[in-house]
Write a protein that binds this ligand. Structure first.
Ligand code: SAM
Length: 303
């Protein structure tokens, strides 16, 4: 399988240029996926350079290229700091993350991410050895927790009606819910555009199952500790919830985006912006790769 069968890398040249690499760079790619960005990074490294790559998905690990400058850890990126300490690499030149799911994860039926297949179990685990699936969320969460998941993570307009319909019917679903059963329910409840509605509900479940917001926060607040002064932090985001957290941390060093100041009124922000507020893909890229359409690349430099 080629890299692009697995996942076409988004904003590849913009991301690599932003990282400002040289042959001796020590780099972290927190989201290896199909290795689209990692492969370009290692090409630029010489004998003394090193890329530390992470992914929590065994399928991503199976895409690994054997390269002397690449060290891979099968791990949630929320633990990346501990791994760097384990490798005794306490400071790095660049940290990159390309958030969300890979095309592979969405395109393989058995992973249970996609409503369009209309078969298989509602799964959505990025780490297939984690115990908790999207089916578990639907079957076990209280009605009010379901409302929160659908409204906060999917901005589903009728989240109360949907949660109530789930609670009414799930007793008949035998401990697990399949994609066809769940879709049949959504078909009765959706409002507005069907595709958009289904996407919002599936996105909400995916974010919850993988604790995407929790992992992202844990990762974001660690980066400043491991970046050398002048080091670069670049993140590709795909939806407003993750983008807001990234923007806040890059603007202030904290999750709330609060601009803390010292006693003399100087900003305590550990970062300064590198280039424009964010970059977006070109029209040409979106025409070739529709999954790039909502991407934003944010880049800062460690002070
Ligand atoms: C958009 S893909 C990355 C694609 C990659 N840049 C490429 O071009 O091939 C995102 C990857 O990040 C992984 N991922 C998402 N959240 C993660 C987390 N919290 N910890 C580790 N890996 C994560 C997913 O499993 C997926 O493989």
């Amino acid at each position: 399988m080629t890299v692009s069968d697995y996942h076409i890398p988004v904003m590849l040249s913009e991301s690599i240029d932003a990282l400002g690499l040289n042959e001796e760079s020590i780099v972290v790619d927190l989201t290896f996926g199909g290795g689209g960005h990692s492969n370009e990074i290692v090409k630029r490294l010489g004998f003394n350079g090193m890329l530390y790559a992470f992914d929590q998905d065994l399928d991503a690990k199976n895409q690994l290229i054997d390269h002397q400058n690449l060290t891979f850890s099968l791990s949630n990126f929320r633990h990346f700091g501990r791994w760097l300490e384990y490798y005794e690499r306490l400071k790095v030149d660049a940290v990159f993350a390309d958030l969300g799911v890979s095309s592979w994860q969405i395109d393989v039926e058995q992973r249970g991410f996609a409503f369009r297949f209309n078969e298989g179990m509602l799964d959505m685990r990025m780490n297939p050895s984690a115990g908790f699936t999207a089916s578990d969320v639907v079957m076990r969460y209280s009605q009010s927790d379901l409302v929160s998941v659908f409204s906060e993570y999917g901005e589903v307009r009728n989240s109360k009606a949907l949660a109530s319909a789930i609670v009414d019917v799930r007793g008949k679903w035998n401990n697990e819910v399949s994609i066809p059963l769940f879709n049949a329910l959504l078909d009765k409840k959706y409002i507005g555009d069907r595709n958009r509605y289904f996407s919002q509900v599936y996105q909400a479940l995916r974010i919850e199952v993988n604790d995407e917001m929790g992992a992202l926060k844990d990762m974001l607040i660690q980066v400043e500790k491991y970046l050398k002064p002048g080091g670069v932090f670049a993140v590709l985001t795909y939806h407003s919830l993750e983008d807001k957290l990234v923007k806040n941390v890059m603007r202030s060093g904290n999750i709330d985006g609060k601009d803390d100041k010292d006693d003399f009124g100087n900003s305590l922000n550990p970062y300064k912006r590198k280039g424009p507020k964010y970059l977006e893909p070109t029209e040409e890229e979106v025409a070739i790769n529709n999954r790039a359409r909502s991407a934003k690349l944010r880049v800062v430099e460690r002070r």
